[in-house]
Design a protein around this ligand. Structure first.
Ligand SMILES: [Zn+2]
Ligand SMILES: [Zn+2]
Length: 162
């Protein structure tokens, strides 16, 4: 799925700008513990400015991601806002720091995907002091579902003093 813009009017007109509203569904927005569901739009505005070396895109992008707490596996919704400062350049390849311009068009989707993926937390937490799940019984320690500690502690201490 591509989000293609015809930018022939901007190319070669250094200093020219165009404002673009973005309201798109972007595929592939998922890491192990974070995702933007495929039926949810990312929304924002972009300004494309024509430079000698290509088109510079600036703007902001907003949406909501679904996070899974890395400790207790609770799911939660988390709004996000990301800033965009990226260059589109004719002839850019995967090795470059820029996105390609080809046949007078740019595809916004890889840029939108990259900036949102970069904003996804590696280890989301439902709250900083989340106690997580018990490794033994799987009970949620935040909700006192685990009773392992009370049962096993005296035995462990006894074993150590022996
Ligand atoms: Zn948690
Ligand atoms: Zn337990």
């Amino acid at each position: 799925m591509a989000i293609t813009l015809d930018v022939r009017d901007l190319l070669g007109s250094v200093g020219a700008t165009r404002d673009v509203r973005v309201r798109e569904r972007v595929g592939g927005l998922a890491t192990e513990l974070a995702s933007v569901p495929e039926d949810r739009d990312v929304v924002g505005s972009l300004r494309l400015e024509s430079l000698v070396e290509g088109l510079f895109a600036t703007g902001t992008l907003e949406g909501s991601m679904q996070l899974v707490c890395a400790r207790c596996l609770t799911t939660m919704a988390s709004p996000f806002t990301v800033e965009i400062h990226e260059l589109f350049a004719p002839g850019a390849t995967d090795e470059d720091e820029a996105y390609p311009v080809s046949d007078g068009t740019v595809d916004l989707e890889p840029l939108l995907r990259d900036v949102v993926l970069l904003a996804m937390p590696f280890a989301p937490l439902c709250r900083p002091e989340c106690l997580g799940l018990c490794e033994r019984c799987g009970g949620d320690r935040n909700r006192n579902e685990c009773t392992c500690a009370e049962e096993s502690d005296p035995a462990l201490e006894h074993a150590r003093t022996d």
